[in-house]
Structures are given as C-alpha cells and as structure tokens.
Design a protein around this ligand. Structure first.
Ligand code: B16
Ligand code: MG
Length: 219
C-alpha cells in the first residue's frame, strides 16, 4: 500500500530540464566543445552536477584537472541560476497541482527527491514548497542517483517504510535508484519506456494516472 509519493523535481514537477540543457550548451560553446546533443543531455537527467559535467566532457579532447572541473561546474551553475531568475508558477508541469491535491486528499504523504542543490530555491519560486511534507535533495546526499540515498532520506524524513513509497521519475538513473531502494517506481517523460519501472505514463497530466484501476488500486 502506498503511504508516500516521492517526486523527482526537474522533469517531473517543473520544466527546468530545458534550462539545464541550455546552460550546458552555453558552457560547451564557451569551451569550444562541439557535438553536445539533446541525447547527451538525456543522460544528464537525474545525475549530480559533477556527473553531468563528465557527460559533457566526453565530447572534449582537452583533459581538465579536478580543480578545473569544479570551476566548470560552478560556471554552468551560475548560467543555470541566472536563467532561473524569472521562474514562477508557470514552470510547474501540467497536472502537477491536481495530482498532488488528489493524493493529499487520500492522506498520502508527499516528498521531493531531487539531485539538484537548487531544489529549495526552485520550490519557493514556483509556489510548490508548501505542498511537501519533506524535501531531500543534492544538499542532503553524498551519493547521486542511481544510488537510492536521496529517496531513502526522503522516506526517513517522512517516517514511512521504503516499501510503502512510490517514486515518480523522468530519468533512468532515478528509476534505478527507486528500485535499489526497495520502492515502487512510476516512470514519466523521458523514462516512460524504462522496463524496470512498475508503472509508466506520459506525464502527471495523463488522466489515466488517476483513472486507471491499477493506479487507483495502488494509491
Ligand atoms: P544542480 P532531478 C537533477 O534534478 C537534474 O535532472 C540533473 O540534470 C542535474 O545535473 C541535477 O539535478 C543537479 O542539479 O546542478 O541544480 O544541483 O531530476 O534529480 O530533480
Ligand atoms: Mg528529473
């Protein structure tokens, strides 16, 4: 029985995935790194800032020291954070507010489980912050998805057993993390065809999520 839903942030609750992509694109252009594509960006979903940088650097001939890598990650984050300046409620993906209202009305707890260290700021700016009973993010963790740590911390903050948690994710790394943590996983968006997910849907706006028998059964 599901007692808590743990939501990924980027690509599940908000549209910041495109802003991450543009920020990495800009950094690539500044560094003269060619051939960074949307497909590469899909592999950056859900993984930490440093792991995302490694995906970009696969396209570079230059060898960067650890110090230079930290500086590159900082530059990307500065570009990304600047692009969040005008972020507001309109960045919340379709169906999110309705879905959260629905599960809260059933007494189900809600949490965020995101790799992003910018999670608190994004939740505040989009008006989502008050809707969650707990937040676990890149500021809380040592290991990034596919390690389950971010979701285990979310469940621990809620005081709910792992087997009673449903994780909603748009990344393959996130689905792997949820399953490694002994949780159920609903794959949406870019991860919707992931064979390891227990359930899948186009997005939270997909009305079948609330209508279909097996979903109502688990929720
Ligand atoms: P930051 P999620 C992830 O968010 C993004 O999908 C991923 O592309 C990014 O590298 C990661 O957050 C870290 O973000 O640089 O803001 O700390 O999908 O786990 O909500
Ligand atoms: Mg995501």
């Amino acid at each position: 029985m599901i007692k808590a839903v743990i939501f990924d942030l980027d690509g599940v609750l908000v549209t910041t995935d495109e802003l991450h992509y543009r920020a990495w694109k800009q950094l690539a252009a500044e560094e003269g790194i060619k051939g960074f594509t949307k497909e590469d960006n899909i592999r950056q979903r859900g993984v930490s800032r440093m792991a995302s940088l490694e995906v970009l650097l696969e396209k570079s001939d230059k060898k960067y020291s650890d110090e230079e890598k930290l500086a590159l990650a900082d530059r990307k984050n500065n570009i990304y954070v600047r692009s969040l300046a005008g972020l507001d409620r309109s960045a919340v993906l379709d169906g999110v507010f309705e879905f959260i209202d629905h599960i809260k009305s059933m007494g189900i707890k809600t949490a965020v489980g995101s790799a992003s260290k910018n999670t608190p700021m994004i939740l505040e700016k989009t008006g989502l912050a008050a809707l969650f009973d707990a937040v676990s993010c890149g500021l809380d963790t040592q290991n990034s998805k596919p390690d389950p740590e971010v979701f285990l911390i979310a469940a621990d903050k809620l005081g709910i057993p792992y087997k009673n948690c449903l994780v909603i994710e748009d990344s393959d790394a996130g689905i792997q993390a949820a399953k490694a943590g002994g949780m159920l996983a609903l794959a949406v968006g870019a991860a919707k065809n992931n064979p390891h997910a227990d359930y899948s849907a186009e997005s939270l706006a997909d009305s079948c999520i609330l209508r279909e028998r097996h979903y109502t059964g688990i929720l």
